[in-house]
Design a protein around this ligand. Structure first.
Ligand code: NDP
Length: 331
């Protein structure tokens, strides 16, 4: 069936937040295609999740060159959905991709951040997605063996060529973030956004990075706000089949210790008192700081996505709730 997006998608349920001091707003919740959208996943499931997200006001989709598996296949699948369902809506979408981790054989597409790798990878990503440009292109990681000037120079080039409307960095620590921004600024390219990990269980960005971003006027999109599924109610009654922790995926079962599960149980009770699921509270929690532009979630099913997106119903916290969350789980 041809897809017609929900005409009520911009009716005010999804907040859009200004990205740093740029002119662009991102949805409070964005969707990432790291897992569940690859060639080994069911295409129609991923497509249904993407459609539902767009129907509910999610205008930002985050990719990387190697999301899959196999590498590249999340971009290819996203390209298919773009060509069909979203073809008439390109200008309603913010699409990002990245390079920096392992991608193609040989010395130029491996973990690293050379000009060669970033420029070639961006070209490949555009081809896989069927795009002329991405909205955001990221340096996915710091490469200690590449001068920062070289990596930032590649971002500047992509920006000047119009292949990336905005540029960003991911997981750079505060000092290197400042240096990167200064190199870009000298070329009149703003550091638009930083993509770090952040959740109730992982608060490293509160130690300096958020202050630095605020100072630079750079936005912040927080990845894995659900701690890869730990900050949901799914592990409270044991480890169900078909989760990241059971498929030999990126969430190590060794993290599901009695101590962590105890904390999750306490957090779940706090969420229930707020009339929310734990997933919703975990997302609202990362958004409680206005310097966090967007919470970047993943979803394996439409039901998970719907649960997560309902977080926007209750974003505010009382001081008592925040204190209770801190005493249940500070990192
Ligand atoms: P989350 O912390 O949101 O974890 C998503 C996973 O949690 C889902 O795949 C699902 O796992 C589970 N889940 C989600 N919603 C629910 C729910 N309502 N109830 C129960 N379980 C739920 O984020 P991700 O780790 O997926 O990361 C999100 C995005 O961030 C990525 O797609 C990517 O775009 C980006 N990212 C960037 C990185 C970087 O280096 N820049 C690194 C990592 C992520 P399950 O299959 O177990 O059900």
């Amino acid at each position: 069936l041809p897809y017609t997006p929900d005409p009520a998608r911009y009716d005010g349920r999804m907040p859009y937040r200004r990205t740093g001091r740029s002119g662009l707003r991102l949805p409070a919740i964005s969707l990432g295609l790291w897992q569940n959208f690859g060639g080994t996943d069911v295409f129609e499931t991923g497509r249904a999740i993407l459609r539902r997200a767009f129907d509910r006001g999610v205008t930002h989709f985050d990719l990387a060159n190697n999301y899959g598996p196999p590498y590249g296949s999340a971009e290819e699948n996203f390209g298919r959905v773009l060509a069909t369902d979203f073809a008439a809506h390109r200008d309603e979408l913010i699409i990002s991709t990245k390079a920096g981790w392992d991608m193609w054989p040989g010395p130029y597409g491996q973990i690293g951040s050379s000009r060669k790798y970033l420029i070639a990878s961006c070209e490949q990503s555009l081809t896989r997605m069927g795009l002329d440009y991405v909205d955001i292109f990221y340096s996915h990681r710091v490469d200690p063996d590449t001068p920062l000037e070289e990596t930032m120079g590649a971002l500047v080039q992509l920006h000047r060529q119009g292949k990336a409307l905005y540029v960003g960095i991911s997981s750079y620590e505060p000092g290197l973030t400042r240096q990167a921004a200064a190199i870009l600024a000298a070329e009149k390219v703003p550091l638009f956004i930083h993509q770090p990990s952040y959740s109730i269980l992982n608060r490293w960005i509160e130690r300096d990075l958020l202050d630095v971003l605020d100072d630079l006027g750079t936005g912040c999109i927080a990845f894995s706000p659900l701690a890869q599924g730990m900050l949901t109610n799914k592990y409270l009654g044991g480890v169900p089949a078909d989760t990241r922790a059971t498929r030999g995926g990126s969430l190590s079962q060794s993290l599901l210790t009695d101590q962590n599960l105890g904390a999750i149980r306490t957090l779940n009770a706090i969420a229930e008192r707020r009339g929310q699921t734990l997933a919703q509270m975990a997302i609202a929690w990362v958004l409680r700081d206005p310097r966090v532009t967007s919470a970047l979630i993943g979803a394996r099913t439409v039901e998970q996505l719907d649960d997560a997106l309902d977080a926007v119903g209750t974003l505010d916290f009382s001081a008592e709730e925040l204190a209770a969350i801190d005493s249940a789980a500070a990192d």
